[in-house]
Design a protein around this ligand. Structure first.
Ligand SMILES: Nc1ncnc2c1ncn2[C@@H]1O[C@H](COP(=O)(O)OP(=O)(O)OP(=O)(O)O)[C@@H](O)[C@H]1O
Ligand SMILES: [Mg+2]
Length: 568
């Protein structure tokens, strides 16, 4: 329904908004960076009823952005008018601001893009014989009649060429390309029926044919492994329909980057919906982990204000409480279905018949006397394990008193040092995979991953670009034990994402991700031998330091015990 309504609005004549309406449009910068330019152009294509949208970039969009669609196109007059400020076909009165069903409504995107780039727009409605080409390079548009396919193509070159100060502040091409695939991914999720292509420097990063439903689109964008771990959401409360996909509680990520919110089809950042999703998962997933989610909220356009942000990235629900409650209940309902039950690996028919030791790598690197990778650690003398609490903490005693260890935190710290030391010495123990693991990487992460390939290889993680979104993992570091290679790589990418690909922190972040993924988890029961093996790596230095504010080890010395019991 929405598409037809949009198309109707887009096909109306383009007119400059009366001043009273123009004054009501949220003011601010529309084109902040190449990604905002791509966002606006693709939104226009979607509003024009396109069934296929192609985006082409050079150098992160800083040199060239081209968006081509097969939508309704524009007549010569409309095309010329579309370059005027506040010229739009999508609204015409103040009242229309309360019933916006199109992505655009301000009539600001095209003039803003034309003002900051070398701009060429070519367009033709299907029922006209000739098309129109508009060229703008700092002055009045040059208007020409030309032959062209039906639809619209916009070329924006050298964005901010006339504003050198702005251009200087653009981040690296890789970062910009990442932002652009992020926004194209969001719009592709919002409109599964539309085919999307995104190419950067001649390389295809997104290629999704028109899909029948959201699941199909998610599979194309993120791969089957992700799609299989998602649960359908579908509920309605107080006239607010909430639908989409959310992850099972056993499938979480280290960042919120795979949570997408759409309100009436518009990708937005919204703290009300995000919080509602978070609250539904609270206490079901580990702290600092985030579910994967694509949540669509559909409600009366009059119940939501889309005109509050110059980039149309935020909205305001008129009744935030109702929106929160509808989303929370919808997600809770999805999480309470039988399919939502975490899948225990032991139940799977394909589980290996033998039980791999939980922390073989601790044992292996500590016990491997022939070829120690690092100087042996001065392990604490006579530490004896007393037991495990909550399947998470190891309680032990030594000559100085009582020690309580967070099993994951300690193991992670030990592995991190180990990984860094062996990478530094060029002596990483590599475990080639008999069957290389294939991984579909979301488009926005591809630049990140390709930029990190050599760094990952140093760590023993050999990843090969397989074209499109596919990557092949050929080997993993031996310390990763039997951790799923894809999970390993995802954990590393999560960390790199926060820092940007060019970061000098890359080797450390990659090692951290690897250590975290390979380390024994909280909540895993350990045998006494396994606990002994883990504590063998405990040193005074580890007890004393806690780099990220989160300790791995707590010590209650004999003195402290005596004081607490009033003996001193
Ligand atoms: N790809 C396209 N196909 C057909 N018509 C288009 C296309 N792009 C723009 N138009 C027409 O040009 C008008 C102006 O586009 P522009 O993006 O500047 O404004 P808008 O989409 O109306 O609002 P907003 O500034 O919020 O995006 C649109 O209203 C639409 O009628
Ligand atoms: Mg627009």
């Amino acid at each position: 329904m929405r598409l037809e309504r949009r198309l109707e609005a887009a096909m109306a004549r383009v007119k400059v908004l009366p001043e009273d309406v123009a004054k009501r449009i949220a003011a601010g910068e529309v084109i902040e960076r190449p990604a905002s330019c791509v966002k606006e152009l693709v939104e226009n294509s979607l509003d024009a009823g396109a069934t296929r949208v192609t985006v082409e970039l050079s150098d992160g969009g800083t040199r060239l952005i081209r968006v081509v669609d097969d939508g309704c196109g524009m007549t010569r007059d409309d095309a010329v008018t579309s370059l005027l400020r506040h010229a739009t076909s999508k609204i015409s009165s103040v009242e229309d601001l309360d019933s916006i069903r199109t992505l655009g409504f301000r009539g600001e995107a095209l003039p803003s893009i034309a003002a900051v780039s070398r701009f060429v727009l070519v367009t033709r409605p299907a029922d006209e014989l000739a098309g129109t080409r508009l060229t703008v390079e700092g002055g009045a548009p040059l208007v020409e009649e030309i032959g062209c396919p039906p639809g619209t193509s916009v070329l924006a070159r050298d964005i901010f060429y006339s504003l050198p100060a702005r251009r200087k502040f653009l981040r690296s091409a890789t970062t910009e390309a990442g932002r652009i695939s992020d926004i194209v991914t969001a719009l592709a999720l919002a409109t599964p029926r539309v085919g999307f292509k995104l190419a950067h420097n001649g390389r295809t990063v997104i290629d999704c044919p028109p899909a029948a439903c959201l699941e199909e689109r998610v599979t194309c964008l993120f791969g089957r492994e992700v799609a299989d771990k998602l649960l359908p959401v579908e509920a309605e409360e107080d006239g607010i329909r909430v639908w989409g996909l959310v992850s099972r509680v056993d499938f979480t990520r280290a960042t919120r980057s795979m949570q997408r919110v759409f309100v009436n089809g518009r990708p937005v950042q919204d703290r009300v919906v995000s919080h509602a999703v978070f609250s539904a998962y609270e206490n079901r997933i580990p702290p600092r982990r985030h579910p994967v989610a694509a949540i669509f909220v559909e409600l009366d356009p009059a119940a939501v204000d889309v005109n509050i942000h110059p980039c149309k990235m935020e909205i305001r629900f008129k009744d935030e409480r109702a929106a929160h409650s509808a989303v929370r209940h919808a997600v809770l309902a999805a999480l309470s279905t039988p399919e939502a039950r975490p899948q225990v690996p032991g139940e799977s028919l394909t589980a290996p018949a033998f039980e791999a030791p939980l922390i073989p790598h601790v044992g292996s690197f500590l016990a491997d006397e022939q070829a120690p990778l690092t100087p042996p650690r001065p392990a604490l003398a006579r530490t004896s394990v007393l037991g495990q609490v909550d399947d998470t903490y190891i309680v032990a005693r030594d000559a100085k008193g009582l020690i309580i260890v967070d099993q994951h935190a300690l193991h992670e710290r030990i592995l991190f040092d180990e990984i860094k030391a062996s990478a530094h010495a060029g002596k990483v123990e590599v475990q080639p995979l008999l069957i290389p693991a294939q991984l579909e990487v979301p488009a926005e992460r591809i630049p990140l991953l390709t930029g990190a390939l050599s760094e990952l290889a140093v760590l023993g993680l050999e990843v090969e670009d397989f074209g499109g979104n596919s990557f092949i993992i050929r080997s993993v570091p031996a310390c990763a034990g039997d951790v799923e290679p894809q999970a390993l790589l995802n954990e590393i990418l999560d960390r790199l994402e926060g820092a940007g690909a060019a970061s000098a922190e890359l080797p450390n972040l990659a090692a951290e991700g690897l250590a975290c993924a390979a380390a024994v988890k909280a909540g895993q029961p350990l045998s006494f031998e396994e606990m002994d093996a883990l504590l063998a790596g405990l040193t005074d230095e580890l007890i004393a330091s806690c780099p990220h504010g989160r300790p791995a080890v707590l010590r209650l010395s004999s003195d402290e015990l005596a004081r607490r019991f009033g003996r001193k």
